[in-house]
Design a protein. Structure first.
Lengths: 129, 829
């Protein structure tokens, strides 16, 4: 009687609450990837100079120095854009892959009890055969 | 169906609880590990089988193919069991309700928590106590932590079979039952359990704290396994979190990233015990400008605890928005100071560091020792405020300056310009319960290292002793240190379970203050203290009874622990036994006359008296009294001629006697709570002598004598009232003097006896000493001199002339000299 209760209780969880819990965990992972690759912050600061490295423009008009600062600032911003773009792309790929993995995981989860029964049964059969 | 079964079945986690009964955590992990090892070793076995098969080395009837099939079967079985157990793990992790360590995930139809379910499953005949005592993972853990033995718990369990109609929850509409609720119910409704705890000196509060500790331990293990939890993932730093912020090249040389500290990254669940300070600090740091804080506290880790709490908030992304992406850097003043060459170097480097912090845009600069930086600037004749003003006023800079309380008051508080740029946050001392909670958590880590177990009473005693016996520093730091020191000592002594007694034993060893349980010898001494003292002190019953009672109160643990061991004012004429009583006490109870510390207060009359006693910053000297009490925290302090000292010193002793401690000139606490103060005074001696000589009871005139002393302005009433007792010493009678003479002569006889010689003490000799050694002004004091000049001198001459040798007896005959004083003549036989 207790065994039946345990099995029913477990299966109730496996096909009910566990699916919801899995979805929450998956959401956590997706949020984590978003945060880990700092995607939002990279977008917000997309055109910022790389690590705030910038040259100050001259206080009094000096064409040479002005152009020197301008070129430097364009370069550091360029570097920033390239680095950020690379990381945004990598982050988005990871994000999409993780999101796509979810249905697969759910399918695996749904058939897991059957797989386990199969593994144990076949294993025992092979041993005693 | 029993009431327990009905309650158990009401909750949807019932099946999980039954399953856990079959597959406990230990069993699950044993199966997981076995399957893992099997899976790792199977490929090797399969390869070996193939190799052996190729060489034909197999047992008859067993082919390589046969073996491989069996091994594949074993592998599939191992994978199946491994996966099944992991699914069970997920199952339990999903429905495990945290009661204490993290946000719970109860639903409205939950009736009890998982831990309560474990206990209920073991209940017999609806007796909740049986379930509690039988549950190894919860109940027995609590019992062990309470310092109660397994045998006692077993006896209690057996006794439960006799209990009829045990108490059970009556309310059907209970809100979720937690372990703390269940244990509280058992404590209130099962008298046997309550009695057991009471016999161990434990109350409901101790029980609650122990339950919380055990649940914390159990749940933190479960919580730490949940690596997928949102707050755990949030702790992993982002790849590009600092790409939009500047580099701090020079600052990085002299600082440490606090987000990388072990205290911030540790997986242990942290309970913030300094929420008030944390909230204040976050509010200040959230300001648009002038977001600078001075965090003030006692020397030690106290201030850093607040900073680490802040860092943990930042790391788990639960801090306020304004600081959520910030990087707290701890500027290490000592390293910075050590490399500074001159004024220019100081100025240049410091401004560069602050500029970098400002330009980086994400730095919260935490200065570990702000007063040191101010002092160094002063040394280079610089004003630190002027140097830092542009940064302090900036909108982007956030600075947290740490300062010790003492330096804050002397160095910073008076600087109005500096104070206007900072908001002050004072760290408050932690409450005992908070310290206990910190120590209890720390103890769990230490237990893993040393393989020992701390009981809750031990933890409580560590927290109390750290505060009581070690006066200086932050209480939580001191308690942590005590815990750390205690563990290797316990291992050395062979203790596996550390209870209150073991803690007291260690503290007693460390401080030389007797606090452990009273030994038989000591018990005997305490009970017969009056008799022991009166062997040395003649005719002063009242004084002897007062000090004996005070000591008994102290050792029984019922005295006021925030005051000295005892404080007595002995008043009376000279030579009546005031000092002798103090000496006798030091010798008989404290074990050694050397434990009598003495200050002749007539030497502390001038203006420098106080500085001599508590130290002087001007002369950079330590105080005589501070050193004395630090070196000997336990004993008798005799304050001779107390009334002769000056007003400041009297006020100092007023505080010491009232509060049991004082602060030396450097602000360090000096404890006097294990000292017995005996102040002697000749104030009112004449009146005492006059009343005493008439044979009247001095006690009847005590208030009159004291009123006279106050009237004369010798001692203030508030000071006299602070003493535990004012004892009037009687003038000595002729009989008393004979007794004193006898005592003194016996001392000499004892010394002679050690050399094998015998001193015969007869009535004639005693009378001679009593008559000639008494002086109405000096009491029995001249008797010592008389015995020295007569008896001791004769004996010395005889010994040197070898006229008195071992085995011989010496006696004295009184020679009457007409017109002159009588003298003594030794007779050797």
């Amino acid at each position: 009687m207790r065994i039946i209760l345990i099995i029913l209780g477990y299966l109730g969880w496996h096909y009910g609450k566990a699916i919801i819990a899995l979805s929450i965990i998956w959401k956590n992972f997706l949020n984590f990837i978003f945060e880990y690759f700092s995607i939002k912050s990279l977008f917000l600061n997309f055109f910022d100079p790389w690590k705030r490295m910038s040259d100050n423009y001259p206080k009094f008009f000096n064409l040479k120095e002005y152009f020197y600062a301008l070129i430097t600032n364009i370069i550091v911003r360029g570097v920033g854009i390239i680095m950020r773009s690379a990381l945004i792309i990598a982050g988005l790929i990871c994000y999409i892959l993780t999101a796509l993995l979810y249905p697969l995981i759910i399918v695996c989860w749904l058939i897991l009890p059957i797989i386990i029964i199969a593994l144990i049964s076949v294993g025992i059969l092979l041993i005693i055969k | 169906m029993t009431k327990t079964e009905a309650l158990l079945k009401k909750n949807h986690i019932y099946s999980a609880i039954i399953l856990e009964g079959y597959f406990s955590f230990k069993k699950r992990h044993l199966l997981i590990n076995t399957a893992k090892y099997l899976l790792f070793s199977l490929p090797i076995i399969i390869i070996l089988s193939i190799i052996l098969g190729n060489y034909g080395i197999t047992s008859p009837g067993i082919t390589a193919d046969f073996l491989i099939i069996k091994l594949i079967g074993l592998a599939l079985l191992a994978i199946g069991i491994y996966t099944l157990m992991q699914m069970f793990e997920a199952y339990f992790a999903s429905i495990y309700y945290f009661e204490y360590v993290a946000k719970n995930n109860y639903s409205s139809n939950d009736i009890y928590t998982f831990s309560v379910g474990r206990i209920l499953l073991k209940v017999n005949n609806d007796n909740l106590l049986t379930g509690f005592l039988k549950s190894q993972s919860i109940g027995r853990q609590i019992i062990k932590r309470l310092g109660i033995s397994e045998a006692e718990a077993d006896t209690l369990l057996m006794k439960q079979a006799e209990v009829k109609n045990p108490a059970f929850f009556k309310n059907d509409n209970l809100t979720i039952i937690k372990v703390a609720d269940l244990v509280k119910f058992i404590y209130e409704n099962y008298p046997d359990f309550k009695n057991l705890l009471t016999n161990h000196g434990l109350n409901q509060k101790d029980l609650e704290a122990t339950v919380n500790w055990v649940i914390y331990n159990t749940e933190s293990l479960a919580y730490n396994r949940q690596w997928w939890a949102k707050e755990k993932l949030a702790k992993i730093p982002g790849l590009a979190s600092d790409w939009s912020f500047g580099h701090t090249y020079l600052l990085s040389k002299y600082s440490r990233d606090l987000l990388l500290d072990e205290e911030v990254n540790s997986s242990a669940i942290s309970f913030s015990s300094r929420n008030r300070e944390l909230e204040q600090m976050q509010a200040i740091l959230a300001r648009s400008s002038g977001a600078n804080v001075i965090l003030v506290g006692l020397p030690g880790q106290e201030k850093m605890e607040v900073i680490w709490n802040l860092c943990r908030k930042i790391k788990t992304k639960s801090a306020t928005l304004e600081i959520t992406k910030k990087r707290p850097l701890l500027f290490l003043t000592s390293i910075f100071s050590s490399i500074i060459k001159d004024r220019n170097d100081f100025e240049k480097k410091l401004t560069t560091i602050f500029s970098e912090a400002l330009k980086a845009g994400n730095v919260i600069l935490v200065i570990d020792n702000f007063p040191k930086l101010i002092l160094q600037a002063k040394q280079f004749e610089l004003n630190l405020y002027e140097l830092l003003e542009p940064y302090l006023a900036s909108q982007d800079d956030q600075i947290i300056a740490l300062a010790d309380t003492e330096y804050f008051h002397t160095l910073i508080e008076s600087d109005q310009a500096l104070m206007s740029s900072f908001e002050t946050v004072m760290t408050k001392p932690l409450l005992l319960e908070e310290i206990v909670r910190i120590i209890a958590r720390e103890a769990l880590n230490i237990e893993k290292i040393y393989e020992i177990t701390f009981t809750y009473p031990a933890i409580l005693e560590i927290a109390k002793s750290a505060e009581y016996y070690f006066p200086n520093g932050v209480s939580s730091d001191k308690a942590k240190d005590l815990l750390a020191e205690l563990s290797p000592w316990a291992i050395e002594k062979g203790f596996e379970v550390i209870g209150k007694d073991e803690v007291l034993e260690y503290v007693e060893n460390k401080t030389d203050i007797p606090i452990a349980s009273i030994s038989a010898d000591e018990k005997n001494k305490l009970l017969n203290l009056e008799d022991l003292l009166m062997k040395r002190v003649i005719a002063q019953r009242e004084a002897v009874f007062s000090v004996a009672n005070a000591l008994r109160r102290s050792r029984a643990g019922i005295r006021n622990e925030k005051r000295p061991l005892g404080s007595f004012l002995f008043m009376g004429p000279t030579g009546v036994g005031k000092t002798e009583t103090a000496k006798a006490l030091a010798e008989t109870f404290f074990g050694d006359e050397k434990l009598l510390m003495r200050l002749d207060m007539s030497e502390y009359q001038n203006e420098e008296a106080l500085a001599r006693l508590i130290g002087s910053q001007e002369n950079n000297t330590q105080g005589i009294l501070s050193n004395m009490l630090r070196e000997h925290p336990y004993g008798v302090l005799l304050l001779d001629e107390f009334e002769k000292t000056n007003k400041d010193v009297l006020n100092l002793f007023l505080q010491i006697i009232d509060e049991g401690y004082f602060s030396d000139v450097y602000g360090k606490k000096v404890m006097a709570r294990n000292i017995m103060f005996i102040a002697t005074s000749n104030a009112g001696a004449q009146k005492i002598f006059e009343i005493g000589s008439t044979g009247k009871n001095l006690k009847d005139y005590e208030s009159e004598i004291i009123a006279d002393i106050i009237k004369q302005g010798v001692l203030k009433p508030e000071l006299i009232n602070r003493f535990d007792a004012t004892v009037l010493f009687h003038p000595l009678t002729k009989e008393n003097l004979s007794e004193i003479a006898n005592l003194m002569l016996k001392k000499i006889a004892k010394k002679l006896g050690e050399k094998g010689m015998i001193l015969q003490i007869d009535k004639e000799l005693i009378e001679f000493c009593a008559q000639n050694g008494y002086n109405p002004t000096f009491g029995a004091r001249p008797m010592n001199r008389l015995i020295q000049d007569t008896v001791e001198q004769h004996l010395a001459d005889l010994i040197i002339r070898e006229e008195l040798v071992a085995g011989q007896t010496v006696s004295f005959k009184v020679v009457k000299n007409t017109g002159n004083k009588d003298s003594l003549k030794p007779i050797v036989t």
